[in-house]
Design a protein around this ligand. Sequence first.
Ligand code: PLP
Length: 463
Amino acid sequence: MAFRASLRLATTARPAAARLFSQATSVPTSSASSVTAAQIRRDAALPNPDPAEDSASAALVREHAPFMVATYARPPPVFVKGQGSYLYDIENRKYLDFTAGIAVNSLGHCDPEISDLIAQQSKTLMHASNLYYNPWTGALSKLLIEQTIASGGMHDTAAVFICNSGSEANEAGIKFARKAAKVLDPSGSKTEIVSFRNAFHGRTMGALSATPNPKYQAPFAPMVPGCRVGDLNDIAALPALVTESTCSVIVEPIQGEGGVQVASDEFLLALAARCREVGAVLHYDEIQCGLSRTGQLWAHSHLPPDAHPDILTTAKALGNGFPIGATLVNGRVAEKIKVGDHGTTFGGNPLACRLAVRIVERLADPALQRGVAEKSQVFRDGFEKLAGRFQGLVQEVRGKGLILGLQLSEDPAPIVKAARERGLLVITAGTNTLRFVPSLVMSEEEIKEGLGVLEEAILATRA
Ligand SMILES: Cc1ncc(COP(=O)(O)O)c(C=O)c1O
């Protein structure tokens, strides 16, 4: 109820807020005279109708979009503010956010403690380059190692390379694996990188080459040579897929973009065993599924040491919205990386690292992790209700903790739009999958409200 009431409040307060915003930014507000009767009827029926052609949002988009490389197809709202579980647009509409900036804002939007830290550290030291030590790059590296081992994950993690994004973290992982293999086998025949169908590892050339999706790869072919593709959870195929020529196998324990597909424990155990047999580096990409999103620090933390990776990559939630990524390696990899092998100008800067230290401390909190499991159940109960009400639409529920996928029998785009126009943001993944990756501190009440809105949105698309 609180959500609905506040939605109405935000909507009625729209003209004043739009006026305020237009004063601050010179964005024109909508003129009532040019709004059609049909638009008025439609807008009256919805809490958050997508901003119309004559809105401040549309004016801003018209002014700015021509200057932006068109790599994304964005919906009409223009977001100006985030707070906790909510985003607000120029028209001062309020949206409950089940996306958390694609699994990034795990502590919610604009967490006050993190915002204060940004302010403090930005007045102390932001950047001095990797040519010098600072107090925070090493502190974050140490903390990531300690917390990883304490969580039961990657037991032999020994050193960390800090960068600015997920792609960069994977790129470092791929380069480290190639280097490690070259040290083991200087003949140069151990260079193959294995990844899995529906994987997403990033858009830079190395990470893209391990992302076997024709939509992403074809325009930029040829890819980095030596990449092979297998099927997730196909244990029988591993001996032929991972061979003496393999230097690295990169896998998401839960594929995010690919449609929330979970790698089975048996598969990861078999994969790790095969990697050890042929001397290949095992690389877990936990950029989306890690940092307590599954209710444990890493999605692999419950696995026995035999199934632990040699390389572990993280990003997204590590900065709660501030750009940062990290590549954790064990001693066998670390000892083969020498001064000058890899580098970055911005990676590991004291501002990003100081924030990440606090973020990791908070995300590693067992109480927060227990909360993730409880909230996950609220989602699952809601999904069961949806499956009961909309027979034939919901095919499957996948995922763990707060990385959940609802496999639908149809394109979810109309549902995503109907939800947005009712004040709820959701995203898709894979084929016909609704993806739920909200903040890990969203309240159960908010989740229930959001699920109610989702139900209304689905209903609206049945007409
Ligand atoms: C599993 C995984 N790996 C890598 C990436 C790439 O991260 P970034 O977009 O920060 O480069 C993503 C981003 O969605 C991801 O989900």
